[in-house]
Design a protein around this ligand. Structure first.
Ligand code: SF4
Length: 354
C-alpha cells in the first residue's frame, strides 16, 4: 500500500492584528485592579517579548517576567505563586502547564494561536513520524503538548543548532518540525540529514530581502538582526541571526547606532530599554496595504491585553489544561534539552517567538 503523503496543514484563517485601544485614564485603573487581584490570588504574570508594552511593564512591576516561552515556564516553576498568567499564545500556556502541573495556568485569550502550532496537528504529525521510524524526532517549542509528547527532543531557536549538531555527530538522522525556515537554517548550519515539516510563521516568513537591501542603502551604517524563522534570503543579509534574547543582547552589544530588525516588533519595547540611544528600524514585510497580513506583528500575540487579563482574574476563565499522561510524555522531550544545555553549559533563554 502506498503511504499517504502528509503535509503541513495550510493556515489560511489568520485574524487581523487588532491592538487594544484604551480610553484616557483606563490604563491606570485596569493596572491597579489587576494588581489587587493578582495579589489576592497569589498570581504572577509571565509575558512574552511580543506582547504589548503595557503587559511587559505590568509583568516587571508585579515581580513576573518578560521572556521567551521556555523561560516564562521555568520562571513560573521557580516562583512560589500558585497561579501563572501567561500572556502569549496557547502553546506557551501549555508549556507552562507541562512544567508546572500543580499550578493554575490562565491566559487572557484562548484563541491566541500560532501558525506553526496550527500547521502541525498531532494526528498528522504522528503519522509523519511513523513513516520515518529511523529518524530522531526534534520539534521546536512552537508546538502543542501532544506534538511535544511524540518528540524525542524539544528545542528552542537558541539551542536548535547545538542539539542537531550533537545528534548528527552521533550519526542520527533527524525529523524536524514544524518551522521549515528554521529547519532549513539548522540543516545548512550543521549539515545534518533532516526531513522537514513545512510549517511557517506568518510574521517571519513575510520579511523581504529586497526591502532590507533598500533600507540598508538608506542606512549603510545599520546592522541587520534576523530571527531564524525568516526565509533563507533574509537570513543571508543578517549580521546577527539569533533568538529573541540573542537579538536583544545584540542591540545592546553591537557598536552600530542603527539596527534593522527582522522579528516581531513587540520586541522593540525591550530593545529600546536595552539601548535607548539607538535607532531601531522594522525590516520591511509585504507592505502595509492589502498584501500585508502581519505587518511584523503577530495577530495572536496582539489578542493579549489589560482588559482580558482583568476579565480572567475576575472570572477564573481561560484555564489551560493538559492531559496529565500527555504532559508526562511531553516533559521528557523538554527535559532532554534542559539536561543537554546543562551538560554543554549552554544558555537556553531566547527561544523564538517563542
Ligand atoms: S510570531 Fe510567534 S506566535 Fe506568532 S505566528 Fe509567529 S511563531 Fe507563532
Amino acid at each position: 500500500m502506498t503511504a499517504r503523503i502528509i503535509t503541513a496543514r495550510p493556515v489560511t484563517d489568520v485574524p487581523p492584528v487588532v491592538e487594544e485601544q484604551l480610553e484616557p485614564g483606563e490604563r491606570a485603573e485596569l493596572k491597579a485592579r489587576i494588581k489587587q487581584l493578582m495579589q489576592a490570588q497569589d498570581a504572577i504574570l509571565l509575558a512574552h517579548y511580543y506582547t504589548s508594552g503595557d503587559l511587559q511593564d505590568l509583568a516587571v512591576e508585579t515581580g513576573g517576567c518578560v521572556s521567551d516561552s521556555l523561560e516564562m515556564a521555568r520562571f513560573g516553576h521557580a516562583a512560589a505563586a500558585k497561579t501563572l498568567i501567561v500572556a502569549g499564545v496557547r502553546f506557551m500556556g501549555e508549556t507552562a502547564k507541562i512544567l508546572n502541573p500543580e499550578k493554575r495556568v490562565l491566559m487572557p485569550d484562548l484563541h491566541a494561536e500560532c501558525s506553526l502550532d496550527l500547521s502541525c496537528p498531532a494526528d498528522d504529525f504522528a503519522e509523519f513520524c511513523d513513516q520515518h521510524p529511523d529518524r530522531t524526532v526534534v520539534v521546536y517549542a512552537n508546538t502543542s503538548a501532544a506534538v511535544k509528547a511524540r518528540a524525542d527532543w524539544m528545542v528552542t531557536s537558541s539551542i536548535a543548532v547545538p542539539v542537531v549538531r550533537h545528534l548528527h555527530e552521533r550519526g542520527e538522522k533527524i525529523l524536524w518540525a514544524p518551522d521549515r525556515y528554521l529547519g532549513d537554517y539548522v540543516q545548512r548550519t550543521t549539515g545534518a540529514d533532516m526531513v522537514l515539516w513545512q510549517g511557517s510563521c506568518v510574521v517571519h516568513e513575510r520579511f523581504k530581502a529586497e526591502g532590507i537591501r533598500e533600507l540598508k542603502r538608506e542606512h549603510p551604517e545599520a546592522a541587520v538582526l534576523v530571527h531564524p524563522e525568516s526565509p533563507a534570503e533574509v537570513i543571508a543579509l543578517a549580521d546577527v541571526v539569533g533568538s529573541t534574547t540573542q537579538l536583544i543582547n545584540a542591540v545592546r552589544d553591537l557598536p552600530s547606532p542603527t539596527l534593522i530588525v527582522a522579528t516581531d516588533n513587540g520586541i522593540f519595547h525591550k530593545m529600546h530599554e536595552a539601548a535607548p540611544e539607538k535607532l531601531l528600524l522594522e525590516a520591511p514585510t509585504g507592505g502595509r496595504g492589502a498584501t500585508c497580513i502581519s505587518c511584523a506583528h503577530c495577530p495572536w500575540m496582539a489578542m493579549n491585553g489589560l482588559r482580558n487579563l482583568l476579565a480572567v482574574l475576575e472570572t477564573g476563565a481561560n484555564e489551560i489544561h493538559v492531559d496529565p499522561a500527555v504532559g508526562v510524555q511531553a516533559v521528557r522531550s523538554i527535559n532532554r534539552m534542559l539536561d543537554f544545555a546543562v551538560r554543554q553549559k549552554l544558555a537556553i533563554r531566547g527561544n523564538s517567538a517563542d
